[in-house]
Design a protein around this ligand. Structure first.
Ligand SMILES: *[C@@H]1O[C@H](CO)[C@@H](O)[C@H](O)[C@H]1NC(C)=O
Ligand SMILES: *[C@@H]1O[C@H](CO)[C@@H](O)[C@H](O)[C@H]1NC(C)=O
Length: 429
């Protein structure tokens, strides 16, 4: 590429980044909040509901600070409330617009650097690229991979997944491993992990990983394509689905997909405000996106041994239930989860946190209507997890240079859990 052309391309890209795309976050900043006890936690919780705050990370007193994005309108009340209760806070990101512009420039430059031969699993691919990759895999490896169109999203995007099996799912003595990603739209780093898993299983199976095909796989890389595309085109920090119900609220779209499942629906860890990021929806399974996951789980109930619902960020392997009650096989859940965490930690970057493993309520926060709990309680999946991938110091805006690292370390964890799941399924453990 000539120097002149390169220059022109750079200018065009800089313009794309500076076009004011992130202006809706003008004046927003992200703050760490230090919580010392349950009382302070409750004050923050009330503030969250009242101001409809976007909580990026839930705090746990004396363990973990909360991380909260605050809009300019909410700043006076947010800060004065914290100060009047002597709750300490600090700046995590002083300028969200700037952080998103930097992130977008990273993504564009990365795509340019990789433009010859970039694989979608080493990038942040768009909806069409994700489907094209799965379609190519199904076309080139028909003996092992089948693409399934599960249904349409609210806005009419077909939601697709791959079935990977040497026996076309006909051998019922094989356990099934089901994983999905990006139910929360802004958690971009989750989709590459699922595409990389497809790549490793189908295109690049290591000689010492052939036993992984004793398991059948269902891999759904993009559970919420409407929200995901919207997070690329309009609001980078969009989390919810994009359903529209003007009879409930004419200005706010979508629900929290991971509160929309029919298990303890609309009880804890939710907000009744249809504009909140934890609004569970008007009723369980109101969203086509969650119904699609439900139907996969139902179709294969009894054989799905592991369900891995992948999120970011925070480095957690979590299991049920979101109300702090432990499932009867909590010990096994912890054992397999801890093995997964250790396998990922063994490859982690030195600056990354170690994985933490435990009950999602006790370790992270209370929730209801989650995919994890639905799999465990209603389907009887023995190993139903929420995985929270690393965000490092970038939170949701992980620079694409880290994708390969996250893919590799997470794959090590997936391999570990697949092997253990098989042993449990066949009575070998
Ligand atoms: C939608 O929700 C917003 C935020 O809670 C509220 O300000 C607005 O009045 C609601 N609109 C309707 C039509 O209910
Ligand atoms: C928590 O949820 C589980 C699964 O639905 C249920 O069995 C248990 O009774 C609930 N615990 C409490 C304290 O509500």
């Amino acid at each position: 590429m000539g120097v002149k052309l390169l220059f022109v391309v750079l200018i065009v890209n800089i313009n794309l980044v500076w076009s004011g795309k992130h202006d809706i976050y003008e004046g927003c900043s992200v703050h760490g909040v230090v919580l010392n006890n349950d009382e302070e936690l409750n004050i923050l919780k009330e503030l969250e509901l009242k101001l409809n705050l976007d909580v990026w990370q839930r705090g746990l007193p004396a363990v973990r600070d909360a991380v909260v994005m605050v809009t300019p309108e909410n700043k006076p009340e947010f800060f004065s409330t914290l100060e009047s209760h002597s709750i300490q806070y600090y700046v995590q990101l002083d300028d969200v617009v700037q952080a998103l512009e930097n992130h977008e420039a990273d993504v564009i430059n990365y795509k340019m650097r990789r433009s010859n031969g970039a694989m979608p699993f080493n990038d942040y691919p768009r909806y069409a690229e994700i489907n094209a990759y799965m379609e190519r895999i199904a076309r080139e490896y028909p003996d092992i991979a089948t693409i399934v169109t599960a249904g349409d999203s609210f806005e009419g995007r077909p939601i697709k997944y791959l079935k990977i099996s040497t026996t076309n799912f006909a051998d019922t003595t094989k356990p099934i491993y089901f994983m999905d990603a990006a139910l929360h739209a802004r958690e971009w780093v989750t989709t590459p992990v699922t595409l990389y898993s497809i790549h490793k299983l189908v295109e690049d199976l290591a000689s010492d990983e052939r036993d992984l095909l004793d398991v059948d796989w269902i891999i759904l890389p993009l559970a919420n394509p409407d929200g995901y595309e919207y997070s690329h085109t309009n609001e980078r920090l969009w989390r919810r689905t994009r359903s529209y119900r003007p009879e409930i609220n004419a200005t706010c779209y979508g629900v929290d997909g991971n509160r929309n499942f029919d298990v303890n629906f609309n009880t804890v860890g939710v907000s009744p405000d249809p504009c909140s990021n934890t609004y569970p929806g008007p009723y369980a399974f109101s969203e086509p996106e969650t119904r699609i996951i439900r139907d996969i789980l139902l179709e294969h109930s009894g054989r799905i041994q592991i369900y891995m619902n992948i999120h970011s960020y925070g480095n957690y392997v979590l299991y049920g239930y979101g109300n702090a009650t432990l499932p009867s096989n909590a010990m096994e859940l912890h054992y397999v989860g801890a093995a997964m965490g250790a396998a990922m930690d063994a490859l982690k970057l030195s600056k990354a946190d170690y994985y933490k493993v435990g009950n999602s309520n006790l370790v992270l926060y209370q929730s209801s209507g989650s995919a994890q709990d639905y799999g465990q309680v209603r389907i009887g999946v023995p190993f139903s997890y929420t995985l929270e991938l690393p965000g490092y110091s970038y939170l949701f805006q992980v620079p694409p240079d880290y994708i390969e690292q996250i893919n590799k370390e997470t794959w090590a964890g997936i391999v570990e859990t697949a092997r253990l799941a098989k042993l449990f399924y066949t009575g070998g453990l």
